[in-house]
Ligand binder design. Structure first.
Ligand code: ZN
Length: 243
């Protein structure tokens, strides 16, 4: 049930036909896991906290560094050397919205600890490497949990929403990506794609509009050109073919 405070706080989005009080209640009941509290995760979690997601788990094992601050907007100079990214994000998000619950998980996600995601209704891939993304993808396919994926580099980004059993999985789309140690990135790119990931989560929860299920969006911020392509399942996919 929404409180009077909820109705006041979220009034502008409750006015939307696509959301309304029912949609807001769904957001309040939702459990979302943000995997990675870097450029994508700080922005996605910021908008999801503002929108009133009832409970979020923020997962990151690293500590904020000066070189992160061009894009990881929840980590500030005062955090460097004092805290880790999951706790830093939790503190800022609760300052924005004390009516929601946030768990900080200060570990790198592995097959041994991935059950920390079991309570989440939706998983948001805010990672910067495909080796952990593949672990996340396998978990989501096995446990039938929607996975919102974004990846960025420079002025370029891509986005899709994976719904196990219905859409191609990450391994169908990107069978083998070799990770780079360090790559260039503009903060506006992570900001845009983090916000788009939050939007996919809100649409998944409320049923508003359409999500990018079976579709991959590309955006080149230098030329302001974007494209959406249909993606197909790999019938021989080692992760989802037999599910
Ligand atoms: Zn697959």
């Amino acid at each position: 049930m929404l409180t009077d405070r909820d109705v006041e706080r979220y009034g502008r989005q409750i006015l939307l036909d696509h959301i309304g009080r029912k949609g807001q209640e769904k957001l309040k009941k939702a459990r979302v896991a943000i995997v990675g509290a870097g450029g994508l995760g700080t922005v996605a979690s910021l908008y999801l906290a503002a929108a009133g997601i009832g409970k979020m788990t923020i997962i990151d094992c690293q500590a904020p560094e000066l070189s992160n601050l061009n894009r990881q907007v929840l980590h500030w100079e005062c955090d460097i050397g004092k805290t880790n990214k999951a706790e830093s994000a939790k503190e800022k998000l609760l300052s924005l919205n004390s009516d929601i619950k946030i768990d900080a998980f200060v570990k790198k996600i592995t097959t041994e600890n991935i059950d920390v995601l079991k309570d989440a209704n939706i998983i948001v891939d805010c990672l910067d490497n495909f080796s952990t993304r593949y672990t996340l993808n396998e978990f989501c396919v096995k446990n039938q949990k929607p996975l919102v994926h974004a990846a960025v580099e420079g002025f370029y980004g891509q986005l899709t929403t994976i719904i196990p059993s219905k859409t191609p999985c990450l391994k169908c789309i990107f069978p083998k990506v070799t990770d780079k140690e360090i790559f260039p990135i503009m903060g506006v790119t992570t900001g845009l794609f983090g916000a788009l990931e939050a939007n996919e989560v809100i649409k998944l929860i409320t049923g508003a509009g359409e999500v990018l299920a079976g579709k991959l969006l590309f955006y080149d911020l230098l030329s302001n050109s974007f494209d959406i392509i249909e993606i197909k399942k790999n019938e021989k996919c080692e992760v989802c073919a037999n599910i």
